[in-house]
Write a protein that binds this ligand. Sequence first.
Ligand code: SF4
Length: 380
Amino acid sequence: MTPQEIEIGFVDDRIDEIKMNDLDADLYCLHVKTEMAPRAYELADQLRAAGKTVILGGLHVTYRPEEAKQHADVVFIGDAEGIWQQMLSDYEAGSLKPFYRREQPVDMSEVPIPERSIYDAYSYSNPCNYLQVSRGCVLNCAGCPIPFAYGKRIRFRPLELVEQELCHFPSPTIYITDDNMFFTGDSYAPYTDDLLRLLARFEKPSSWASAIGLPRRYDDAFMRLAKEAKVHSIYNVLYDSLSNRAIAGDPKALDRFREIYDRYGEAGIQIWMSVYVGTDEHDHGIADKVLSFLQKVDAQLVEFVIPTPFPETPLWHKVIREGRLLHTRWEDYDGLHSVYRPKHFAPEELEELVRGLWTGFYCTHPYIFDRDDVKVLLNS
Ligand code: SF4
C-alpha cells in the first residue's frame, strides 16, 4: 500500500525488544487486538511523547475508535486499502484527519500483495507466512467481531491475484487466515475448490484457520483436493450445537463428530480443537465431560477458552443486556479470564477450572510441544 519511495519496517512487540531511543521513523502504525490494546496504547503514548506521529488500526480500534483516538493522531476504521495513500498525502500536506474510514468495504481485487520482505518468518520457532484470501463472514457467531468489522458477506480475492502472491511466497509453510473455506457450505465451494487446486500447484504445506462449528465438507472429492493441496491442519472452534452435544455425551452427536474427524485424519489433516468452557449451558460437571470427550475422539492438540465478549459482538450485547459484563480491562479479554459473570460459576471458579483443563490434558500429552505443527499454532 505504501509507495516504494517511502521506507518501511516491521517490529513485533511479542518477540522484539523495542527501544524507544532507537526508533527514528516519522510515522508509526500499530495494529491493535483487544487483549493487546493496553500495551498498544502504552507504546502509542510513549511514541507521541517522543514527538512521533501514531496511527492505530485493527479490529479493536474499529469497534472502539473514540477510545483509540485518545492515544493516537489517526485511527483507521475497517479496511485501510485505498485510504492509506490518502492519509500519507494528508501527512505530507500537514492536514491529517483524526479518523479514516472507507465509505464501502474494499473490493478484494484492489488489495495489493503485502510487502513480506519486512516480515522475518524465521524469527519465529517455525517459519510460516500468512495468506488472506477473503474478508467478511455470512455467519454471526456469538463472540466473533469479523462480521461487524468486515461485513456480513464474504469478499473473495480473485485467484489470479492469489496465484501472483503465491509465486513470491517467502516461507515453506502457509497459514491461511480465512475462517470460512471449510465451513460455510456449498455456495462458496467452487472458490474453495479452485483455491485448493491452486495450492496443489505450489506444493507448500498449509494450515487453515476455521470457523466455529465442524467442517461441512468431507466428501471424497473434497478430501482428495485438500490432500493434494497439502493441507496439513485446520483450527476448529467447538462452539456449535453438534460439538456441544458430543461433549455432553450424546452418542449420536459423538458418532457424527468422530465420522468427520476420521475423514480428516484419513486425509492426513490434523484438527486443532478450541474448546469453549463456561457457556451458559455448562455447569461444574463440564471439566470431566470435556476430558472424557477428548479421550474418546483421541484429541492431540487442544486449547481451552473462556468465552470472551469482544465489543459489538452478539455475546457482548447479550451480557450487557443481562447486566453480566464485569469490566473492560482489555488485557483480560484473552480467553483465560472470565470478564462477564458466568451462569453457573463464580468468575474465579471458571478461571481455575480452565487452568485445570490445560494442565489435566497436557500432563498426559507433554510431547505435543515438540511438534512442528504445534509450534506454528503457538506462533499464530
Ligand atoms: S467465528 Fe468465523 S464463522 Fe463465525 S462469524 Fe466469525 S469469521 Fe464467521
